[in-house]
Design a protein around this ligand. Structure first.
Ligand code: RB5
Length: 148
């Protein structure tokens, strides 16, 4: 799978760990995040990830900041993005099965690294359920986007 990953200065350490894990699992990772502790603005990195996902240059995206909140808010402003901030593997599984989320958000300050890695593996490995009621709800999200 091709996965685009972006982060601010609050999560560059997790980005490195998660990139290494994904590459060891055989995935291709596109890194559009920041690579050091200098202060940057998370909207810039959220937008880079969102663009790659909606333009289908990547299958899925991962965004990370201190809490995962700011960067997920920005991603969800982009039409076609369904970004889910997850703090456990159940959320990661259900957001793929029910919401067909195409971007995962994580917080380096709020989630332990082993949990974060489990969340990433679960998100990547869980397919959308294709359940009719879930498809209908996602279509409603798309309709709301069109009205924006
Ligand atoms: C940066 O200090 C911090 O605000 C950011 O990483 C994130 O937590 C925002 O939601």
């Amino acid at each position: 799978m091709k996965i685009v990953i972006g982060n601010d200065h609050g999560a560059y350490e997790y980005k490195n760990e998660i990139m290494t894990m994904l590459e060891q699992l055989g995935h291709t990772v596109i890194n559009v995040g920041c690579d050091g502790p200098e202060s940057v603005d998370y909207p810039d990195y959220a937008y880079k990830v969102a663009q790659k996902v909606v333009q289908k240059e990547a299958d899925l995206g991962i965004v990370m900041c201190g809490t995962g909140i700011g960067i997920s808010i920005v991603c969800n402003k982009v039409k076609g993005i369904r970004c889910a901030l997850c703090t456990d593997v159940t959320m990661a599984r259900l957001t793929r099965e029910h919401n067909d989320a195409n971007v995962l958000s994580l917080g380096q300050r709020t989630t332990g690294i082993e949990t974060a890695k489990d969340i990433v593996r679960t998100f990547i490995d869980t397919p959308f359920s294709n359940g009719p009621r879930h498809i209908q709800r996602i279509q409603k999200i798309t309709e709301i986007e069109k009205g924006l």
